[in-house]
Design a protein. Structure first.
Ligand SMILES: Cc1ncc(C[n+]2csc(CCOP(=O)(O)OP(=O)(O)O)c2C)c(N)n1
Ligand code: SF4
Ligand SMILES: [Mg+2]
Lengths: 385, 280
């Protein structure tokens, strides 16, 4: 039986993390993400988990990676300035293939920017914030219910692909209170657990980077029954540093391919009225809510427009977008930034379809009316030709 | 024989080490292995975490759970390991640059929380790995590659720093005082709460060469002649102690740490054991 609940985005994120088996949280307070930490501080000791407020975001990232490597699922949450400080740790998580979840509730930037205002300015930082070649998974929900659902997904992806995963919100979503029906499925979600029952012979050293059968990477085992070595240096399957060119190439390619190969499976998106759409609005997060409304209004004016809402923003939904570039005639990409995702998607625009960017960077949401204006303008242009 | 006891904890297949012949890092490694051997530590139940630097490469040679992490962050990683897995003995190791410059903040806050970990500070008063730049423990006027005219800064006293910040076991030794070093590491490993052992070490390759002590033996000689045991130091004046290395156990007390308080809190809730994330 499903039950009605009401919660805030940040709270939903914390409660879902607990549901997913997260038992360690380390963080540093920052608006607009602090409610994630506050909820974890309240709830973790009740389930035998541990919370700590660290001295900064650098140590928060380090602590959650340490906890995860030792055998306990972990998470941290932050916003722009803190997310910048976490980049070094994120790279270490990527390199050591450590499952963990980083929540970034976006606020206006750069620098201290607009702490209490929504923005989507970290889209490219999410993708390339840490140095070096790597793939990353970032999920960006647009309702509180989705925050709950996709936080659990983020933990599962982290375990399955053995990588840090980003759960992204914007200030509005993090602070929005919304009611929804928690379905049976959401209450009893499928959860990828850590392996606990493997037996190791006394002198066996666990090789943390052996490839799995599916060419991802074998699941991580906790410390205690065995032991292992990890390093941020280029390493082979054993975890020990190996600087030879072949080893380096194999390792870096593996970090790339283990996610690239499964990008279809990782890719989550929603579509609304796309089958006959000549215009496609691509939007995520809170902006997707305005976009949905705008599309509905335009449809009542008989404009053939639809919405494509990527939830998995990284890796980008390449094959689906490519198809849309073939079928539709124009694209509208509203973002609370200067066009970061639009630029990324335009690389896939091989047939030179019209891309209309709709950008707002003043700390205010993009309204349905603004998107509708864009749709109408583009439709007039299309029908004039 | 004690040699077989410590040999058991060494990863022979990763040898030889990356260190220069005669580097103090080898002596500290051996002292740690002897302490581990004397305590009969269970290899799977220990996690050793290091940062980045010559000294931090030590984790490659120790047969425990080992994490070679980021420059300065070993203590923060170790904090996560210990809080998530209280059943493990957790040790953080690193150099003076690692622990006191880039990682200084993590160092003092772990002491303040009386976090249940052992810090082994390899203090060679220089950035060895990057080629001899001055560090927070390079003495005033000493030469370093980035202080070619003499260091204009003043050095940290890691013992005082750890003490003031709240560590509950604090000791200092040098690589010349091998047995004393083993003893302090052993006590630190058995201590509940934050333990810090500073070991003054030689980077003859850089610090020594820049400061007229280019042979390992020159530096050992320096440690020998300039060290004063704590009991004796207490009777000496401030002037007499200038330039001296005071070795000894400075703090050894009991105080509940974050982990203990947190476990007490957890105990007030009825917890289904199955809820626990990790293997306990
Ligand atoms: C963030 C970051 N900054 C700088 C470096 C370069 N770096 C590597 S080791 C090191 C200093 C090492 O000195 P210390 O910690 O005293 O260790 P030692 O080599 O002397 O044992 C520095 C600056 C780095 N690896 N990471
Ligand atoms: S450079 Fe200095 S610290 Fe590094 S291994 Fe050589 S002697 Fe030791
Ligand atoms: Mg040093």
């Amino acid at each position: 039986m499903s039950r009605m609940v009401i919660m805030q985005g940040n709270e939903a994120c914390a409660l879902a993390a607990l549901k997913a088996g997260c038992r360690f949280y380390a963080g540093y307070p920052i608006t607009p993400s602090s409610e994630v930490a506050e909820t974890m501080a309240r709830e973790l000791p009740k389930v035998g988990g541990t919370f700590i407020q660290m001295e900064d975001e650098i140590s928060s990232a380090a602590a959650i990676i340490g906890a995860s490597l030792s055998g306990v699922k972990s998470m941290t949450a932050t916003s722009g300035p803190g997310f910048s400080l976490m980049q070094e740790g994120i790279g270490y998580g990527v390199m050591t293939e450590t499952p963990c979840v980083f929540v970034n509730v976006m606020r206006g930037g750069p620098s201290t920017g607009m702490p209490t205002k929504p923005a989507q300015g970290d889209i490219m930082q999410l993708r390339w914030g840490t140095h070096g070649d790597h793939q990353i998974i970032a999920l960006y929900p647009s309702t509180v219910e989705e925050v709950y659902k996709y936080t659990i997904k983020a933990f599962n992806y982290a375990e399955k692909y053995r990588t840090p995963v980003f759960l992204v919100m914007d200030e509005t979503l993090g602070h929005m209170r919304e009611s929804f029906f928690l379905t049976d499925e959401e209450e009893n979600p499928e959860i990828i657990q850590r392996i606990k029952d493997t037996e190791f012979s006394d002198d066996e050293l666990f090789h943390p980077f052996d490839l799995g059968e599916d060419r991802t990477v074998a699941p991580l085992v906790g410390m205690g029954k065995t032991r292992f070595h990890v390093s941020g240096l280029v390493h082979d399957e054993t975890g020990f540093p190996a600087g030879q060119a072949e080893v380096a190439e194999k390792m870096i390619k593996h970090l790339d391919s283990k996610i690239r190969m499964y990008s279809e499976e990782i890719s989550i998106y929603e579509e609304y009225m796309l089958s006959d759409a000549e215009i496609v609005v691509v939007a995520f997060g809170t902006t997707a809510r305005s976009a949905l409304r705008a599309v509905k209004m335009a449809r009542s004016d008989k404009i053939p427009v639809g919405l494509f809402k990527p939830v998995t923003i990284w890796p980008a939904p390449v094959s689906r977008i490519k198809k849309l570039f073939r079928s539709a005639n124009a694209f509208i990409i509203p973002e609370m930034n200067m066009g970061q995702y639009a630029q990324e998607l335009s690389k896939l625009n091989k047939t030179n379809k019209h891309i209309e960017m709709l950008n707002k960077i003043n700390g205010e949401l993009i309204t349905p009316e603004e998107i509708l204006d864009s749709i109408t303008k583009v439709w007039i242009q299309l029908t004039e030709i | 024989m004690s040699s077989t006891k410590y040999f058991n904890y060494l990863r022979k297949n990763t040898l030889p080490t990356v260190w220069c012949p005669g580097c103090g890092n080898g002596i500290i490694t051996k002292a740690f292995l002897e302490a581990a051997g004397n305590l009969g530590l269970d290899k799977n139940k220990v996690a050793v975490v290091s940062g980045i630097g010559c000294s931090s490469r030590v984790t490659g040679y120790l047969d425990f759970n080992t994490m070679h992490t980021l420059h300065g962050r070993a203590v923060a990683f170790a904090t996560g390991v210990k809080l998530a897995r209280p059943d493990l003995k957790v040790v953080a190791m690193g150099g003076d640059g690692d622990m006191l410059a880039i990682g200084g903040n993590h160092f003092i806050h772990a002491c303040r929380r009386n976090m249940d970990i052992t810090i082994i500070l390899f203090n060679n008063s220089i950035y060895g790995m990057t080629g001899g730049q001055y560090s927070p423990t390079t003495p005033n006027k000493s030469i370093a590659s980035t202080a070619p005219y003499g260091n204009m800064e003043y050095q940290f006293d890691p013992v005082q720093l750890a003490t003031t910040a709240g560590a509950t076991y604090v000791a200092r030794s040098t690589v010349y005082h091998f047995l004393q070093t083993v003893k302090y590491i052993q006590t630190a490993l058995s201590h509940k709460g934050m333990s810090v052992v500073e070991i003054i070490s030689n980077c003859h390759t850089y610090f020594g060469r820049y400061n007229k002590m280019s042979k390992p033996s020159d530096m050992q000689e320096f440690f020998k002649t300039n060290s004063v045991q704590l009991a004796k130091a207490k009777e000496m004046s401030k002037e007499e102690l200038t330039g001296k290395i005071v070795v000894g156990e400075f703090v050894n007390e009991e105080k509940p740490g974050y982990l203990e308080s947190y476990q007490n809190l957890q105990g007030t809730f009825e917890v289904d054991r199955e809820c626990r994330g990790g293997e306990q």
